[in-house]
Design a protein around this ligand. Structure first.
Ligand SMILES: Nc1ncnc2c1ncn2[C@@H]1O[C@H](COP(=O)(O)OP(=O)(O)O)[C@@H](O)[C@H]1O
Ligand SMILES: [Mg+2]
Length: 361
């Protein structure tokens, strides 16, 4: 989502670009799907004097995993440059190999899997980062950094991050963090080594007015009209998160033709279109669930996720035992099917909810 597709709604992009030029540690914080990653990538794209290395910590398991992810991305970044030899030599003990996948045409990086990389290896990895990229400023992005909290030795890791980062004046680090609680633990808690190190940019939810104007404009530039009330309906169905509303707009675009005016029935059709396109994936999710978990999910889809453990909810859903509902909800949260907010539980994917409403129960 870059260039003209990128909704540049407020000062946040400008702010980040300013920080990229002037500081060394930046934190982009926001809720899931708020546009953190897109914001970071767009900012980096507009700073061509820097080189970008992105490392996703999504689902991180261990220190070994962390080292490997960084190394793989470094090798990938350097694969077409004269620096590659140097990287390979530094990492010879890991027997790095490069091969082109014949089907996808992408370069796969292989590392010896028998070694268990420890915190000392992380030091080497930081050395590696430092030794490279002397020519252009390096921008290292740790996306979904909150997942480092899942690693047992997280406290020690954070100490090492801090120690190394402080001395690496050529490198700019951007941490992308989702969720309030991880933000507190990683950057605000007195016990956290990273406390007070970063400049923060918040990826707040988009303003509904500006976002609808942007989307209407995109429709218009592609020869479709949409009335303001229909746009409201669209955003009510998708929610305000940019990825979700874009997806619904994309489906509307697919089922309409140039010159059309978008109508409410077309929104319903677009939701069904998304449902059938995603039905394999949705079916796979359903397969992961027990009958009881499915029942709970159906009940939440129909009745909403507020006050799920209240007597009224349990009764309406036909449940007797609140603690088994609690366990089921716990699993639905773990699988990232539901998420928790101040009001209760809601579907991570609103289109999955729509699909359930028309295909299940
Ligand atoms: N500024 C934006 N303009 C247009 N679309 C955006 C913008 N930010 C995010 N999106 C859309 O939302 C989706 C999710 O954004 P992403 O950056 O992945 O969110 P996050 O990293 O916060 O979970 C993107 O794939 C993109 O389609
Ligand atoms: Mg992201």
């Amino acid at each position: 989502m870059t260039g003209s597709d990128f909704f540049n709604c407020d000062l946040r992009l400008k702010e980040i670009i300013g920080l990229i030029e002037s500081s060394r540690y930046i934190l982009i914080w926001g809720e899931r799907g708020a546009g953190k990653t897109s914001l970071c990538l767009e900012a980096a794209r507009r700073c061509p004097q820097t080189r970008l290395l992105t490392i996703s910590l999504r689902g991180l398991k261990s220190t070994d995993d962390l080292c490997r992810r960084i190394i793989k991305r470094v090798i990938h970044l350097e694969k077409d440059t004269p620096w590659l030899d140097k990287v390979i030599k530094t990492l010879i003990y890991l027997r790095p190999s490069l091969s082109v996948d014949p089907v996808m045409g992408i370069t796969a990086v292989g590392l010896d899997g028998t070694l268990d990389l420890s915190q000392e290896s992380l030091e080497d990895v930081f050395d590696l980062l430092e030794s490279l990229f002397k020519k252009r400023r390096l921008l290292v992005v740790f996306d979904d950094f909150q997942d480092i909290l899942a690693v047992d030795e997280v406290a020690d890791l954070l100490v090492r991050f801090r120690q190394r980062m402080l001395f690496q004046s050529e490198i700019l680090y951007i941490f992308i963090v989702r969720g309030q609680r991880p933000l507190e633990r990683l950057f605000k808690d007195d016990r956290s080594p990273l406390k007070g190190t970063v400049r923060t940019v918040a990826a707040e939810p988009f303003s509904e007015d500006l976002w609808s104007a942007f989307l209407s404009g995109r429709f218009a530039s592609n020869g479709r009209r949409i009335a303001p009330t229909t746009m409201q309906q669209l955003l009510a169905s998708s929610g305000l998160l940019p990825g979700h509303s874009q997806k619904l707009c994309g489906a509307l675009w697919d089922i309409t033709a140039e010159g059309d005016e978008i109508t409410r029935p077309q929104i319903t059709k677009a939701l069904e279109f998304i449902g059938s396109r995603e039905s394999d994936h949705y079916g796979q999710i359903v397969n992961l669930l027990t009958e009881f978990q499915m029942k709970c999910l159906d009940a939440i889809a129909r009745q909403g996720g507020k006050r799920v453990f209240s007597v009224a909810f349990l009764k309406a859903a036909g449940f007797h035992n609140p603690s088994s509902v609690q366990r089921a909800v716990g699993r639905l949260l773990n699988l990232d099917i539901l998420e928790e907010n101040q009001e209760g539980y809601r579907f991570v994917d609103p289109f999955f909810r729509a699909w359930l409403l028309t295909n299940h129960g």
